[in-house]
Ligand binder design. Structure first.
Ligand code: F0G
Length: 458
């Protein structure tokens, strides 16, 4: 019998009850939260799709590893295990643990960037770009143009446009480009992967000009799985083989273990260059801790070492992508506007096309996130005009993409949960004309999406 979908390659040993609320309770809760899903108490949330970051379910093997935490200040055996796992799976020589991904971004940006430099990248990520800018660099987006269009179906929509990279090198000179920041996959483009051919070509061009390539490896296992499934010549390779080849096209990487490391906290910086490593160890003691723990307990390093090995199991990772695809295909079949193709960690609803009657400055994506919570207790995240903030003149940035992200935590929810999500989005779409938009009642000057408060229009 042909399977309708890939069932979970794990079974449930421990459960966590979640809040089943009434419409009246949700109306109270979203009002208290100022119609901002970031301000909801998790106690009031039924299915939490705010993020896939640190929301993963660990395995029995990881929890067993937690009990073997060697909480020594220096030279913990769990550090040795983590280092061995990263060397084995990623192939880099040096490993520095950090409290999470942005801890590694901070150190990398400080050791590599000089005032006035340029850092090209395949679309920005908030914290990554913030660290580059704090150290005096200008970020340049070198992703292919197609990545900014939510309707175009391409297998590797995270790819770098080599002409844009060459143009930047010609414009500013390679000596002002300390490294290329290559994200695999690209979060804000919709979890879109980068092809092996593109990574190889970027690395070749970088080497020719004496520029380093530093990968944002946060969702590198999802990227590897897409390569196996979509790129010619990789169907028979293992995820481990694909990862090793991936990182052979890089000089180092930053990693948020809270995603593909399948843990709740942790990250690392990995490097080949001895001098860069020396400089980084001098900084890690200032910001994180000893180079052998970097802001993590021994038990956290053990959980991440074990999580990394679990992540390269094809049954695990192909099921993860299958779950995300299942939700996306259900919505697509019902005519719901989503970012295409379906990415690795989330489904992105296109709120512009969902609520075409709500102008962007009445916050269609914010409205949709609030409506979805009201409908069924599902929490999602606005990624549109509210997240984009204001310019120096105080005007809104008007981003092309006005999205709501439904992010799937790893190994946490079942297909039944995804059915609930799909059904409530479809119900909302059927009654879309009734949605009216929101207006600000409070707005912070920076990163306003975290704390903004709204009230309904009309
Ligand atoms: N890079 C990417 C691509 C990310 O998505 C994130 C975090 C980071 C770096 C930073 O890692 O959170 O461990 O410091 N993304 C989360 C999200 C917050 O919800 O997408 P961190």
């Amino acid at each position: 019998m042909e399977k309708k979908y890939m069932a979970e390659p794990y079974k449930i040993k421990m459960v966590e009850p979640i809040a089943v609320t009434t419409r009246a309770q949700r109306e109270e809760a979203i009002k208290r939260a100022g119609y901002n899903t970031f301000l909801l108490d998790s106690d009031d949330v039924y299915i939490d799709l705010l993020t896939d970051s640190g929301t993963n379910a660990m395995s029995d093997n990881q929890w067993a590893g937690m009990m073997l935490g060697d909480e020594a200040y220096a030279g913990s055996k769990n550090f040795k295990n983590l280092k061995k796992a990263v060397q084995d799976l990623f192939g880099f020589k040096h490993v520095i643990p950090t409290h999470q991904g942005r801890g590694a971004e901070n150190i990398l940006s400080q050791v590599m960037i000089k005032q006035g430099d340029f850092v090209p990248g395949n679309m920005y990520f908030t914290t990554t770009r913030a660290h580059q800018e704090l150290n005096g660099a200008t970020f340049r987006d070198i992703i292919i143009d197609e990545a900014h269009d939510s309707t175009l179906e391409l297998p590797f929509k995270g790819d770098v446009d080599l002409n844009k990279l060459q143009a930047l090198i010609d414009e500013v000179g390679s000596e002002r480009i300390p490294y290329i920041c290559l994200a695999i996959t690209v979060n804000l483009a919709g979890g879109q992967p980068v092809s092996m051919a593109n990574m190889c070509a970027v690395y070749e061009m970088a080497q020719k000009h004496g520029i380093k390539v530093m990968m944002d490896a946060t969702r590198c296992v999802e990227n590897a799985c897409f390569i196996k499934q979509r790129e010619a010549g990789y169907g028979d390779k293992t995820i481990r083989e694909i990862l090793r080849e991936t990182f052979s096209y890089a000089d180092g990487c930053t990693m948020s273990g809270k995603k593909d490391g399948i843990v709740n906290i942790g990250g690392f910086l990995a490097l080949n260059d001895d001098e860069l490593y020396q400089k980084s160890t001098a900084l890690v003691v200032v910001y994180e801790g000893m180079p052998s723990y970097g802001g993590l307990a021994g038990r956290d390093m053990e959980a991440m070492a074990r999580g990394l090995y679990e992540s390269v199991d094809y049954n695990y990772i192909s099921h993860r992508l299958a779950q995300v695809r299942y939700l996306g295909e259900k919505l697509d079949a019902a005519g719901i506007p989503i970012v295409k193709p379906i990415g690795g960690h989330a489904i992105f609803l296109d709120a512009r096309r969902f609520y075409p009657h709500i102008p962007q400055d009445h916050f269609p994506a914010q409205t949709l996130a609030a409506e979805l919570y009201l409908k069924s207790g599902v929490r999602s995240m606005e990624r549109g005009i509210v997240s984009a903030g204001r310019n120096k003149e105080g005007q809104h940035h008007y981003p092309k993409l006005e999205l709501v992200r439904l992010t799937i935590p790893r190994r946490v929810y079942t297909y039944s949960h995804l059915e609930v999500v799909a059904d409530s989005v479809i119900d909302l779409y059927q009654e879309r004309e009734t949605a009216k938009g929101l207006r600000f009642v409070y707005e912070a000057p920076v990163l306003r999406f975290f704390t903004a408060r709204f009230e309904p229009l009309g």
